[in-house]
Write a protein of this length. Structure first.
Length: 157
């Protein structure tokens, strides 16, 4: 009977080994699906592109990086004109930021130093879209924007 258990031991390991192998393959498949869904090219534009027209393809990513100094009360507000050709994951208020380096901002160690706010747009369907930002103080409703940023994006198949 001991010999029988010994022979079954490798068989008991086989399902566990197969399960681990299948799990590894499923993670690999999910990873490849994620990269293929956003597998297009990525580019970043900034204030130098204000007023430009840009052409990208479905699946590409466009990052818009704009300088902002939150300590002044001003912030960039995105209009919804970019829909339906472009999508912002997390919605139009979803952004990331980084503090500028001393060389970028020419301000060393000051409280309230400028930052770069970045919005990510995914090209989801062919068409034309306008990305429009206004640099405003949220409590100054009747004031014109201090600055504007606009780019026309053509999304090709």
């Amino acid at each position: 009977m001991g010999a029988l258990n010994y022979k079954l031991l490798p068989m008991k390991r086989l399902p566990l080994s197969l399960a681990a192998l299948l799990l590894a393959f499923s993670f690999a498949a999910c990873d490849s699906l994620d990269s293929s869904s956003g597998g297009g090219e990525s580019q970043t534009i900034g204030m130098a592109s204000n007023g430009d027209s840009i052409t990208i393809k479905v699946g590409d990513t466009l990052n818009v990086a704009l300088p902002q100094n939150p300590s002044t009360g001003y912030s960039w507000h995105l209009s919804n004109a970019y829909k339906p050709a472009l999508k912002v994951p997390g919605g139009p208020t979803s952004q990331s930021f980084k503090a500028q380096t001393a060389e970028e901002s020419q301000v060393q160690g000051l409280v309230g130093a400028p930052k770069v706010m970045t919005w990510t747009f995914h090209a989801v369907k062919p068409g034309e879209a306008k990305i429009e930002f206004s640099y405003v103080r949220s409590w100054e409703k009747d004031q014109n924007p201090s600055e504007t940023f606009e780019v026309t994006v053509t999304v090709e198949p």
